[in-house]
Structure formats: structure tokens, C-alpha cells
Design a protein around this ligand. Structure first.
Ligand SMILES: C[S@@+](CC[C@H](N)C(=O)[O-])C[C@H]1O[C@@H](n2cnc3c(N)ncnc32)[C@H](O)[C@@H]1O
Length: 497
């Protein structure tokens, strides 16, 4: 790999030769166990049975380096079911630095595709609220997909420019995993190896600074903000933190990261500029440290109101709450700024799950119902959600459509219907494969199909999604993309036999 783009960092990188050598080695995958859905020992045994060799990192035992892979871990049923998230090792550090706790209210200001939001919700045990925000609609689809795949019921997705993220909610912690020049991805991305142009080099720090300032206005006094990037450029890292510290006039301090976390100290000088000495407490992770990508992480604490904060509007004030149903799927109640879950709707859902699939109310323990005509019904582990215009969804969608004809979603059935006792079909590999290839099959004679309509498809005890029974034949109703992924997994399993 030509080192020219990174030559400018020669004086600050702790081991230049090791750094360069790491850039030309292929980057091993790493996977993070999702305890919301997986037992780590069982997952490890299952993957090792299939030929994967997994090495837990000592600073994060639920993150495993994939030392040997017979094929991509993305092509396993366990990945498809959300038992783990493929997250490169360095990218797992910011959430450990943030350290969100069960029951807290946490904002992920730049969340898509959801690596860190899913990690936060998992560490919080799906208790509390994760607000996962991103302004990019294409990336929001991936964010929603990943949150639902991993069984996150405690997240609200919002679509907003983080620089203008609405106030009114007291966040305990905020993560700013900022858009950046992504030089740390150089091992995986040709684009990252080319570096960014002069325009981006100038534009990005301004966006990053504005995001970090907004995060500090939004977090409650005493709360924590973590600022991270996956780039080496000090202009996007220590320089941004330095500017915020200067503007904050003592209301923000940098905190050291737990010593067990990987990396080296932040730099205090760059190209003639001297930064505040506190930025040394930031952490730089280079590819040669973890045999991963690169990362920069700063943990900041808000000691009191920041000078750029409008009194009353941020960090818990009521001032700027604005309610709207908009694109949310969660009807807002104007004036309150909060949308209460609909207890009546939940009762209808319970009755429907019982009647359609023989499930009892206990499967919905801790889940509250939200719904409207366009978006169907979402179930979230949240008794209320903020009524911002920016709210896109809350929790996991159980059905599309409304009124008399509810169509269950595959993610909804995967989450809540594994224990179905009626209108469910247990399929073997050939049967599931046939359905996913778009063929119709006869229902197995022992299947408890009691009426025509939507059914649960189950494979090896897992609800894998929605199907349809017309009284004689079965077909798949899985979304095209999910069906295609599962089909590739089954074909791969076939090859491995
Ligand atoms: C490094 S990625 C985030 C990765 C994500 N945190 C994860 O772990 O999967 C940066 C994100 O910032 C988003 N972004 C870009 N401009 C933004 C803005 N003005 N406000 C908030 N997010 C922004 C991008 O859409 C992108 O998804």
C-alpha cells in the first residue's frame, strides 16, 4: 500500500513500521455477541463446530477476533438471526468509553448503520431508551434493519441533522460517532486509502465541531459525551475537542478512558498548533494495535451548562418540544412532547396473537404498542416516546396495515412468535429452501394450520418469518432481501454437509 497519504502522520504514530505493515495485511473480521439474543458459550460452540476459530479480546470478552473463517461469518444463520453483529474491533471502543447503563436515556447522534446503537441497547439490557439518529434516509433503512434483527426494543429512530437535533429531553449520555475522512478504514476501503480532498478536509471539522457542540448542549449537567471518529487526522480529532474545551469555559472536562481499553494517548500538538494538555487523555487506536481499523475516542463530562446552550431548552427543559405524527409511525399528541403507548391497541394485539398463533400475553412482557394507519403497529419497551417530528420509528414493527387486515412482519414474528402453537409450520431445510426460492409447497400434514392466512415459518426452532397458507399450499412472505440472505445461508449449509 502506498504510504504517501499517511506520511503526514509519521511523527505521531507510535510505531511507524508496525503501522505500515498492518496496512498491507488483510483485516480479520471481529464479531460482537448480542446477549439480547445469544448465550455466548452456545454461540461460540455452534460457530466453532462449523470451523470458525474465535479469540475473545481480553479488554472485551464479548468481542471475538475471527482468527479462522471457513466462510464469511455473515453467511451464518446465527448472524441472520441477530445473535451477533460484525463490528470491527476498534469500533467497539467508543460505546465502552460511553458506558451506558440500564434505564438511562442515551442519544447516538450519528447512528447508521447501527453498530454502536445496537451495542448500547445490548449493554443496557433493552432497558432505558436509545435514540438512534441519522439524517441519511438510505442509511436509516440499514439502521432500522439492524436494530430489529438484533432484537432491540428500546430504541427510537430519528431522522435529523445532528447539528439541529431537537432539545427537550435530558440525555444521560450522548455519542457523537462523527462523519469523518475514515482513514482508519484504509485496510478495507480503497476510497479511504486515497484520502479526502482539500474541500472535505476543511468541511469535516466544521461539521464535527457543530455536532459535538450540539451533543454537549443536549446532555444533562453531569452527563457524558463521547466523541469518536475512525480517522487519524488531528484536525478532525484533538483539534475539535480542543476547540470545544476552549469555548466551554470550564463547563466541559476530558476524562481518561479505562486503562484496559486499547490505544495510545491523544496528541497535544500538530503542524504548529498546540492543543490544551487535557486532550492527551483522548485515545488513538491504530490498525497495528488490535489488527483492526483505526479509531479516535474522547470522553467528555459536562460539569454545568455550556455557554452556547439556550436556557431551559436543552438537557431536560420543556422549551423546545414539538409534537407531530409526521413520518413517525408513532402518533404524537401535540403539546405534551411525549407520545404515550396505546394500552387499547396493545390489548388488541394480545387478542390477535392469541387467536392467530396461540400465543399468550406473556410474550409481550415489557412491550408497549404504538401505531397508525400508514405504518402499522410497532412494539417497544418504552411506555412513552418523544413527540418530535424527527421520530421515524420506535421498537420493532409487528404488523403492517391496520384495521381488519393485519399482516405480520417477519421481524415481528422472529421476535415474538417462536412459541406459536397454531398457524405455524416447522420446516426442514429442503422445504424452507423451496419456499425461499419462490416455490409453493404442501403443508406438512401434522402442521397446526387452523385457518387460511398468515402463518409463522419456523426452522430449527427459530421463527424465521411470515408465510401464507391458502388452505392447501404454503408460500413465503419474507421480504425479498431477507429471503435472499437466508437462501444463501441454507445453500452454504448444504455445501458444508
Ligand atoms: C461513522 S458513520 C456512523 C457509524 C455508526 N455510528 C455505527 O456505529 O454503525 C457517520 C454517520 O454520520 C452521519 N451524518 C452525516 N452528517 C450528519 C449530520 N449532520 N448529523 C448527524 N449525522 C450525520 C452519516 O449519515 C453516517 O451514517
Amino acid at each position: 500500500m502506498p504510504a504517501t497519504v499517511f506520511e503526514r502522520y509519521r511523527s505521531i504514530i507510535d510505531d511507524w513500521d508496525a503501522f505500515q505493515a498492518s496496512l498491507i495485511r488483510p483485516q480479520p473480521a471481529a464479531l460482537r455477541v448480542n446477549r439480547l439474543k445469544a448465550d455466548p458459550a452456545a454461540l461460540r460452540a455452534r460457530l466453532e463446530e462449523r470451523g470458525f476459530r474465535l479469540e475473545p479480546y481480553d479488554w472485551y470478552p464479548d468481542l471475538w477476533r475471527v482468527a479462522e473463517e471457513p466462510f464469511s461469518p455473515a453467511l451464518t444463520l446465527e448472524h441472520w438471526l441477530g445473535r451477533f453483529y460484525l463490528q470491527e474491533a476498534a469500533a467497539a471502543v467508543p460505546v465502552l468509553a460511553l458506558d451506558p447503563q440500564p434505564g438511562e436515556t442515551v442519544l447516538d447522534l450519528s447512528a447508521a448503520p447501527g453498530g454502536k446503537s445496537t451495542q448500547m441497547a445490548e449493554r443496557m439490557g433493552n432497558r432505558g431508551m436509545v435514540v438512534a439518529n441519522d439524517p441519511d434516509p438510505r442509511r436509516l433503512a440499514a439502521l432500522s434493519h439492524n436494530l430489529q434483527r438484533l432484537g432491540v426494543t428500546s430504541a427510537v429512530i430519528t431522522r435529523a441533522d445532528g447539528r439541529q437535533f431537537p432539545g427537550g429531553l435530558a440525555f444521560d449520555r450522548v455519542l457523537v460517532d462523527a462523519p469523518c475522512s475514515a482513514e482508519g478504514n484504509a485496510r478495507r476501503s480503497a476510497r479511504a486509502r486515497q484520502g479526502v480532498g482539500r474541500h472535505q478536509r476543511r468541511r469535516l471539522p466544521a461539521v464535527q465541531l457543530a455536532l459535538l457542540r450540539r451533543a454537549l448542549a443536549l446532555v444533562r449537567p453531569g452527563g457524558v459525551v463521547v466523541y469518536s471518529t475512525c480517522t487519524f487526522a488531528p484536525e478532525e480529532n484533538e483539534a475539535v475537542v480542543d476547540q470545544v474545551l476552549r469555548a466551554a469555559e470550564g463547563s466541559v472536562t476530558v476524562e481518561p478512558l479505562p486503562p484496559a481499553l486499547p490505544g495510545v494517548a491523544g496528541v497535544t500538538a500538530w503542524e504548529g498548533q498546540r492543543f490544551r494538555p487535557e486532550v492527551e487523555a483522548c485515545r488513538r487506536i491504530y490498525p497495528h494495535h488490535l489488527d483492526s481499523g483505526g479509531m479516535f475516542v474522547a470522553r467528555l463530562r459536562k460539569r454545568g451548562p455550556v455557554p452556547w446552550e439556550e436556557p431551559g431548552a436543552e438537557g431536560g427543559g420543556e422549551g423546545s418540544r414539538k409534537a407531530s405524527a409526521a413520518r413517525s409511525g408513532v402518533p404524537a399528541r401535540p403539546g405534551t412532547g411525549w407520545v404515550e403507548a396505546d394500552a387499547g391497541l396493545r390489548q388488541r394485539v394480545v387478542a390477535w396473537l392469541g387467536e392467530a398463533f396461540g400465543l399468550d400475553e406473556s410474550v409481550l412482557e415489557g412491550a408497549y404498542a404504538y401505531g397508525n394507519e400508514d405504518q402499522g403497529i410497532w412494539l417497544a419497551a418504552l411506555p412513552r416516546v418523544p413527540g418530535w417530528e424527527a421520530v421515524w420509528s420506535a421498537g420493532i414493527r409487528l404488523v403492517r396495515g391496520h384495521g381488519a387486515t393485519w399482516k405480520p412482519t417477519s421481524f415481528g414474528l422472529m421476535q415474538w412468535a417462536a412459541g406459536a402453537t397454531r398457524n405455524v409450520v416447522d420446516l426442514d431445510r429442503q422445504e424452507l429452501q423451496a419456499l425461499l426460492e419462490g416455490r409453493q409447497i404442501s403443508a406438512p400434514p401434522e402442521a397446526p394450520l387452523v385457518r387460511r392466512g398468515w402463518i409463522v415459518l419456523r426452522y430449527r426452532g427459530h421463527a424465521v418469518g411470515c408465510g401464507f397458507w391458502d388452505g392447501q399450499r404454503l408460500r413465503s412472505a419474507l421480504p425479498h432481501e431477507r429471503a435472499g440472505e437466508l437462501l444463501s445461508i441454507l445453500r452454504r449449509e448444504d455445501e458444508g454437509r
